[in-house]
Design a protein around this ligand. Structure first.
Ligand SMILES: Nc1ncnc2c1ncn2[C@@H]1O[C@H](COP(=O)(O)OP(=O)(O)OP(=O)(O)O)[C@@H](O)[C@H]1O
Ligand SMILES: [Mg+2]
Length: 412
């Protein structure tokens, strides 16, 4: 929780915070580096914007999901309003209803996720006079357009924050690029923040953050630039730091340090099938314990491998999350193994982001037994193409890893 009484302000933060609400256009975007203070600047601005906009219409807070708004925004907004401004915030995360009492007025707000293609349904109809989009690039494009069209009152104001993504992203192409070229400034304003625009960060903290990113992700997260991803997908994976001998891993298993075992499976035929045995320890470290990597292997081979590994390690595996392109194979697994079988194919960029953050916090460790997996970490690359989509080569174990870890990380 932010201790606002200790806040320090950079020149840019001061400029943003002291700008009168009426001088902002309909839509203002704060983008740039991680931890640069984008979200906290908007949170601090909200009371003043509410006062200006009034309480006649609904106010909407959105993010990738309702939970992400709760974690990124409400958790700071509520204590800010209650402890520092004497207001009252009531929030119900299951309905999204958010009521804010402040300076004698009551504001009805609604919190919703905007990241999925069906998010649109939750916001059709109605007039809004305020919208805060947390992490706007992660919103569904249809949701974004619908949201803008709801903001019809004359005083309506929208604020958004973002970390840069690919320069092919709709937000860059439609709003930022034209703005930088001098267009659309009457309805849109763009504020760019670097970590040095957050006076609350120490030099050491900034240096540590810089170490977490390389390549295109450094350009985006640290330099705050909208660039196309190229090069290695997991460029911070460091074999020295992120691998372990099978003997040491077996010791951990023997000592019950690994508490759950699960699988990620990417089906193939001409392309190899990859099946990774994963496990996690109490402190949230994930291990790649074993791998099956083979072309032209039928489901019986995979089942045999799973059952054999359960007896070899003396553990039951709890579930597998599998490529959903082969439902008949998944059905066979359901029938002939004791595992719960999921077929939840995660979005490529979301699941890569999750795996990346595990690596960056040194929470993903691969057994040296998993030769092919280790090899793919050094090969799996972006093609420098339109979207943030890696090349479809050297990706079998990497896909199995994404499936398995995504399920684990989104459940826990
Ligand atoms: N006014 C402030 N007073 C005290 N601390 C602050 C203030 N503003 C920001 N901070 C500190 O800086 C951190 C980063 O700020 P914030 O979360 O707003 O950045 P961000 O640009 O939204 O980052 P991200 O891109 O990671 O979402 C906060 O968690 C908090 O610790
Ligand atoms: Mg933020």
């Amino acid at each position: 929780m932010i201790r606002w009484e200790n806040s320090k302000y950079s020149e840019k933060a001061r400029r943003f915070l002291s700008k009168p609400p009426e001088d902002f256009p309909l839509f203002t975007l704060l983008d740039g580096a991680v931890r640069s203070g984008k979200t906290s600047n908007i949170i601090q601005k909200i009371p003043q914007i509410f006062e200006f906009v009034g309480n006649e219409y609904l106010k909407v807070f959105s993010g990738y999901s309702r939970n992400s708004v709760k974690n990124n925004v409400i958790m700071e907004l509520k204590p800010f309003i209650e402890n520092y401004l004497g207001g009252k915030v009531r929030y119900n995360n299951s309905t999204g209803e958010l009521d804010i009492k402040l300076f004698g007025k009551e504001y009805n707000c609604y919190v919703t996720g905007g990241g999925k293609s069906d998010s649109l349904n939750s916001i059709q109809g109605g007039t809004w006079d305020f919208w805060y989009a947390n992490e706007l690039p992660r919103h569904n494009y249809g949701f974004y357009n619908m949201a803008l069209s709801r903001l019809t009152p004359e005083n309506a104001r929208a604020f958004a924050d973002s970390n840069p993504e690919s320069s092919n992203h709709w937000l860059y192409q439609e709003k930022i690029k034209p703005y930088l070229e001098g267009e659309g400034k009457d309805v849109f304003e763009y504020w760019h923040f670097t970590m040095y625009d957050n006076a609350n960060l120490s030099e050491v903290f900034i240096k540590n953050q810089e170490k977490l990113y390389k390549g295109a992700f450094k350009k985006r997260k640290i330099d705050g630039l909208w660039v196309i991803a190229d090069g290695l997908v997991y460029d911070t994976f460091n074999r020295g730091k992120h691998s372990i001998t099978q003997a040491r891993l077996l010791e951990k298993i023997k000592k019950y340090e690994i508490i759950e075992f699960f699988l990620g499976i990417d089906w193939g035929w001409n392309h190899p099938t990859a099946c990774l045995l994963l496990g996690n320890s109490i402190d949230g470290t994930c291990y790649v314990i074993d791998e099956l990597y083979s072309a032209k292997l039928d489901f019986e081979g995979v089942i045999r491998w799973i059952n054999q590994k359960q007896s070899e390690y003396g553990k039951f595996f709890s579930y597998a999350n599998c490529d959903n392109a082969r439902p008949e194979q998944n059905e066979k697994l359901r029938r002939y193994t004791n595992l719960v079988i999921y077929e939840e194919k995660p979005k490529v960029d979301d699941s890569i982001a999750l795996v990346r953050s595990l690596i960056n916090y040194d929470k993903l460790i691969v057994s040296e037994k998993c030769v092919r997996t280790l090899e793919e970490f050094g090969l799996y690359s972006y093609g420098g193409n339109n979207e943030d989509v890696p090349l479809k080569i050297n990706d079998d174990c990497m896909d199995a890893l994404r499936y398995g870890l995504y399920k684990y990380l989104t459940e826990n």
